[in-house]
Design a protein around this ligand. Structure first.
Ligand SMILES: Cc1cc2nc3c(=O)[nH]c(=O)nc-3n(C[C@H](O)[C@H](O)[C@H](O)COP(=O)(O)O)c2cc1C
Length: 225
């Protein structure tokens, strides 16, 4: 009888340990699951942080079709530079598009329409607006030089938003005029912004020698960081 009792005691002790051990496993696996949930949340938090921290925006206006000295192009000269900036900074990007795109795709006709807009001090309507513009601190603004000035639709953009406390870093492409004094024109249109010097790139270089332009853009971005 004594033997039976001691066998039963040993068995109950073994069962008790087995139970503990199963419970431990459950706790561990729950902990792993909790850990993995936490990691997922952390990853989500991190990715939303990346979005929140991304306070720069590249805004540009650019035309395809026939352009000066580069023939008929599929990607605008300014758009090429804009993409380089967005790629190197990780900034969001916004292309200024006209609400009704009646711009000719032949160079001479385009210059005529642009001259008329300039003579009329026109403010062509834009197709889209920028959601949450407030979240951006730095705006890289890109445009082609049109008749020694910004295209009029760029003034529509500049007059549509509150630039208080924001920095505008302009860049342009051109066919010989350089930046054409556009820094002060941007400053007048957005008096509350801090407007930096304009990076001027020859349109032909953007189109035909993008690697050299990329190096210039990298150096220029470094000077602003
Ligand atoms: C309407 C119009 C006016 C232009 N006026 C000038 C100018 O005054 N000075 C200049 O250097 N280039 C001028 N250009 C050339 C453009 O600035 C140049 O080709 C630019 O790279 C075009 O950029 P995009 O392809 O992004 O539109 C003019 C081009 C157009 C279409």
């Amino acid at each position: 009888m004594k033997r039976v009792i001691s066998i039963l005691m040993v068995l109950s002790i073994i069962l008790a340990f087995a139970g503990c051990s199963t419970n431990n496993n459950t706790t561990e696996s729950t902990t792993s699951a909790e850990k993995s949930t936490l990691q997922t949340n952390e990853t989500k938090a991190d990715s939303s942080k990346t979005t929140t921290d991304n306070k720069s925006l590249v805004v540009f206006f650019s035309r395809t079709g026939e352009q000066y000295e580069v023939g008929v192009i599929e990607k605008g000269n300014t758009a090429i530079v804009a993409d380089m900036i967005a790629e190197q900074t990780g900034a969001d990007s916004f292309e200024i598009l006209p609400k009704e795109d009646n711009y000719p795709t032949t160079y001479k006709e385009l210059t005529d329409v642009a001259k008329e807009e300039q003579n009329n001090n026109a403010r062509p309507e834009t197709k889209d607006t920028i959601a949450n513009f407030d979240q951006y601190d730095t705006i890289y603004l890109g445009y082609p030089i049109w008749w020694g000035d910004l295209p009029m639709i760029c003034y529509t953009f500049l007059e549509s938003y509150d630039f208080s406390g924001k920095t505008i870093i302009p860049f342009c492409t051109h066919a010989g005029s350089g930046n054409a004094g556009t820094q002060s024109k941007i400053q007048s249109a957005a008096p509350n912004a801090t407007v930096k010097e304009v990076l001027a790139i020859a349109g032909t270089d953007a189109q035909n020698d993008p690697e050299s332009v990329k190096s210039i853009v990298t150096e220029w971005l470094n000077s602003h960081s």
